[in-house]
Design a protein around this ligand. Sequence first.
Ligand code: FAD
Ligand code: DHB
Length: 394
Amino acid sequence: MQAQVVIIGSGPSGLLLGQLLSQAGIDTLILERKSRDYVLGRIRAGVLEQGTVSLLEAAGVADRMHAEGEFHDGIELCFDGTRHRIDLSGLTGGKRVMVYGQTEVTRDLMDARSAAGFKTVYEAEDVQIHDFDSARPRVTYRHQGQNVEVHCDFIAGCDGYHGVCRASVPESALTTYERVYPFGWLGVLSHTPPVSDELIYSNHADGFALCSMRSRTLSRYYIQCSLDDDVAAWSDERFWDALRQRLDPEAAETLVTGPSIEKSIAPLRSFVAEPMRFGRLFLAGDAAHIVPPTGAKGLNLAASDVQYLSEALLRYYGEKDEAGINTYSERCLKRIWKAERFSWWMTSLLHKFPDTGPFGQKIQQAELDYLVRSTAASTALAENYVGLPFDFSD
Ligand code: FAD
Ligand code: DHB
């Protein structure tokens, strides 16, 4: 078999890259080890930056997002039992974020891909990448009992943190940077109206809490939990009690609870692998970097990598110009490290850390109080939350 670009992984980065390249006439093949339903069953991010929204528009998959998603002009920070609004659009000259779930973005991209007849192989087993340091890379996999070999020009490693692509790069060619946080997030999805019109990020002596949403009738809530916690030990009732405890009195009073339709624990990690290109292999999204979810940057970073990579490949195929390919890693990493910094900062500001004690809590309170009183500090938060402009990081 032949394809110009073989994309490993059908998460948001692989699907979005596939859409941008395929609609420009480049022959792509996506290989995904799980089933379509499994990929769609993963509940993950919910907040899209304007840059991500624009890219989905350019990819021709934004209609349902505009019909069903919701623009948000602000977020609320809750501490000392009081909520304080950060006026995102007022502080950034009118920029805002779109609340629309990663699951829906993924579904829209999958639907567009199958409607256009571009090929994805789900449940591809034992995907392996070969000869990416040569002019003619190969990818092998097994599907429905058959061994398949595909020759291609480029391989895009969009296969997430546990994927095969980064793991196939010789260790000596990679530098990795990592921080593992001593807690996780317990998330619940429920068919209940959101407690507030805007997202609430709460710092509380019991630990962090986040009130988010997917629509006016579907809420997404998270609480900081211990890494040893087991989802089975968290009944719905225990979750709602813990969440209520971490909110201000008004939100605690108005919180509408109901049965959970999904409940899971995610560990928190910061991770970057450098560089992101090895010959004819490119890494994009979680395959190259992870941020802790506080600040909602994971999916948005995946989208900005894909923007750079799709531009680079279109330039290569259109004009035989390799400049975009040669600068891909460097351009991505500038933006990635700024999002890594912001996600680490928001995580440090809002969570309870086991080892910093009462001193750490006092410092957090002082910083939060400064943040909501100082226009300069609020603006720095708002600018990063809505997404730094691309020219800022180039
Ligand atoms: P992924 O979505 O991980 O997609 C990679 C795909 O590659 C998967 O479908 C996987 O099955 C496939 N794959 C892996 N290995 C192979 C292989 N060997 N062969 C073929 N296919 C393979 N971000 C936020 O902003 N907010 C959040 O609340 C949030 N919550 C998260 C919760 C969890 C549990 C996780 C893991 C991430 C969360 N994120 C969140 C981060 C965000 O979801 C990711 O940044 C985003 O999914 C990255 O997209 P991606 O396409 O790069 O990777
Ligand atoms: C969501 C997740 C986040 O990490 C965040 O900062 C905001 C929203 C969400 O899943 O809705």
